[in-house]
Design a protein around this ligand. Sequence first.
Ligand SMILES: Nc1ncnc2c1ncn2[C@@H]1O[C@H](COP(=O)(O)OP(=O)(O)O)[C@@H](O)[C@H]1O
Ligand SMILES: [Mg+2]
Length: 495
Amino acid sequence: MSPDSIHKGSPAWVSNSKGKRHMAQTKHWEPLQSFLEILTGLFSVEVVVIDAHCICVAGTGPYKLGIGLAAPKDTRLAESIHSGVQTVMLRPREEGTCLHCSQNAQCKDQANYTAPLLLEGRIAGAVQIVTFDQGQRMALLECAERAFMLVRQLVDLLHRTGALPLETRAENAEGRNSLDALVGHSLALATLKEHIIRVAPTTAPVLLFGESGTGKELAAQAIHTNSACAAGPFVPINCGALPEALMESELFGYAAGAFSGANAAGKQGLWEQAAGGTLFLDEIGELPMLLQVKLLRILQDGMVRKVGDAKLTHVPTRIIAATNKDLRHMVRQGSFREDLYFRLNVMPLYLAPLRERKEDIRPLIMHFITRECRAVGSHTVVVDPVLMAKFMEYHWPGNVRELKNFMEYGIAFSKNGRITWEDLAPRFETPYDLLPQEGTPVQTPQHQPRSGITTTMVQAMLVKHGKSVPGKRAAAKELGISLATLYRIMAQKGK
Ligand SMILES: Nc1ncnc2c1ncn2[C@@H]1O[C@H](COP(=O)(O)OP(=O)(O)O)[C@@H](O)[C@H]1O
Ligand SMILES: [Mg+2]
């Protein structure tokens, strides 16, 4: 490409020689420049990269002239920093946001691909891959994603080696904090955050699935605070906690004089309370069939009908649902409607169990210690290495919630600033398949359980619930101890 044709392709902001250049901000990105030149040669496309503040930090062809300059906020490139959305434009200038772009008249793009760059789950910049050659439009479609992945991997590498510090945009601090609330270093969590950023700006329903205590509600909040309806309310409903008889009127409200004993003025439902915001339907698998039908209709047209009301009202609300159940299995069994499942499952996000992302345990422990010690005003504590090793081996049936509870208990009972294995041992659950069968002697641990539960109390509960394994489970639950502790106490009796 001759320098002339290079210049012809450049949008006004790039060829604006009077624009203020922010060269200090581009320094950390320098290694990217020579890499982009190679990429351009390989794929015959031009590439431009901006940082989180929309400063052009690297670019090929005409964009090389733009290094240090700010890309206008209304360009698709800068917009992807705010929306987190990845786009492909085959008719630039003629579609969507391009119509209002200040660069529209000068833009020579024939096709472009734009995507945000994420580091540690936060938007650290954006990349645009462009062709100015009409004959290259389809070729761009084919190579853009691969070219983007290469840029992304290099940026990630630069960040990991410490060459590129993470700088995210200063605005939307609330949204950023909500993602920061999800603590952990695992790849699974980083991927989840990336998916949150991607689904948040859309209006489609999101289905969060994963075991109990994995952070589904935190994820729902993060989606809300990063969405276009962040200024609206976030209304969580636990579908498993509402009595079936009340559920409909709680969800949708009721009209004035709907039934005897009802408030004369009628009642606003939770749905209406979430208008302009997000409705979080937790434990969606518990929703009774009748309400599943109603929910499906609302998802189809956004119209809500109060109990006892003839008219339908449009209530614009983003829906996020969560479940720890296998909804597909429920569909097969006939206890969950298939059409509702497909409606909700537009954007499924999975929260991995803690036992599959043990890299998160240490940062989570640090997080809970810092928070808890600050809350109770105590000195910080450390986790004994033996206990830490047990944490790493444990199967975490209650996931992060269980770890949080362990830490709160551990901090309360710690001695000399240490939480030890002895402090927490009674709280560890034995994996169900490792539990002793009826009549098998249980080894008594060296230390005694500190639950304060006596053998007489256990016996009384076993009379009530029966001595089968489910009976013992129920007994342990009622006594507020783990099943393993219950077995230990029973074993002492035989001594
Ligand atoms: N990644 C995480 N970082 C910090 N706290 C977490 C994380 N995941 C879960 N928690 C905490 O664990 C508890 C359970 O999380 P929650 O979102 O209610 O799980 P779920 O809805 O999947 O049962 C909450 O106190 C939450 O704050
Ligand atoms: Mg929950």
